[in-house]
Design a protein around this ligand. Structure first.
Ligand SMILES: Nc1ncnc2c1ncn2[C@@H]1O[C@H](COP(=O)(O)OP(=O)(O)OP(=O)(O)O)[C@@H](O)[C@H]1O
Length: 246
């Protein structure tokens, strides 16, 4: 469903992504781990073209985007709609209630009526355990609650795939667990997901596949438990050893 072929990204002379090939099946959950600066966030940003790749091709559903060809408005819109993104910082609108935060893009992007959008938002807030917060403002919610609202907001646009960029790194461990529980529920219900994470437990236990990146390349990938417990490459071993010692 999602294919990356030889995707590269340079900033000036700095090669940040170097020939990334990736093919994701529907319902697959992939965790991307690796040292700081290895290109994990940039890879996610290249998938939804927040950062245009310098080389290669990204295909999602029927949309193909080739580096070097400026994508048309329609292609870009199709791609962005198909990809839900959750960031480390929650990026909620402070002046809107929790309910309206989840509804507003549905009205604009999906042309749902306000009543319809609010109804769907309530269902999604219930799904992430926050129906009782609908009329609050985000500032009255904990970080873990805010991140769950951000997840509900992304789900409301019915994405084909969800990308998570270190969704729990800004949270205390306990609040992070609330968010990870929601992500686990999504994974178990068949959502296709790519999760950039420092949560090694999530990588090993929840994801189907782990990808280890270093210096802009995929240095190892495979079935999560195999990679996490028995890495085959020296670079992957060194990284996992370093994080386990932390
Ligand atoms: N807009 C930009 N302009 C210039 N350099 C950038 C830009 N975005 C990222 N980089 C560089 O690209 C490299 C990879 O960054 P990226 O954020 O993708 O790494 P990461 O693996 O996600 O790291 P972390 O785990 O610390 O978030 C870094 O050296 C970073 O400084």
């Amino acid at each position: 469903m999602l294919t990356l072929e030889a995707v590269g990204k340079t900033f000036g002379s700095h090669v940040v992504l170097d020939g990334i090939d990736l093919r994701l099946a529907p319902g697959e959950v992939v965790a991307i781990i690796g040292p700081s600066g290895s290109g994990k966030s940039t890879l996610l940003r290249c998938i939804n073209q927040l950062e245009p790749p310098t080389s290669g091709r990204v295909t999602l559903g029927g949309t193909v985007i080739e580096a070097g060809h400026t994508p048309g408005r329609r292609e870009l819109m199709n791609l962005r709609r198909a990809v839900g993104m959750v960031f480390q910082s929650f990026n909620l609108f402070p002046h809107l209630t929790v309910l309206r935060n989840v509804s507003i893009a549905q009205e604009r992007v999906m042309k749902r009526s306000r009543a319809e959008a609010d109804k769907i938002s309530m269902q999604l807030l219930a799904r992430v355990g926050l129906a009782d917060k609908a009329q609050q403002y985000p500032s009255r919610c904990s970080g873990g609650q805010q991140q769950r609202i951000a997840i509900a907001r992304a789900l409301a646009l019915e994405p084909q795939i969800m990308l998570f960029d270190e969704p729990t790194s800004a949270l205390d461990p306990e609040l992070g667990l609330e968010v990870l529980a929601v992500m686990r529920e999504l994974a178990e219900n068949g959502m296709t997901m790519i999760v950039v994470t420092h949560e090694m437990h999530f990588a090993e236990e929840v994801s189907d596949r782990v990808i280890i990146m270093a210096d802009g390349k995929i240095v190892e990938q495979g079935v999560s438990r195999d990679v996490m417990r028995n890495p085959q490459t020296e670079r992957a071993r060194r990284f996992l050893h370093a994080v386990k010692d932390r």
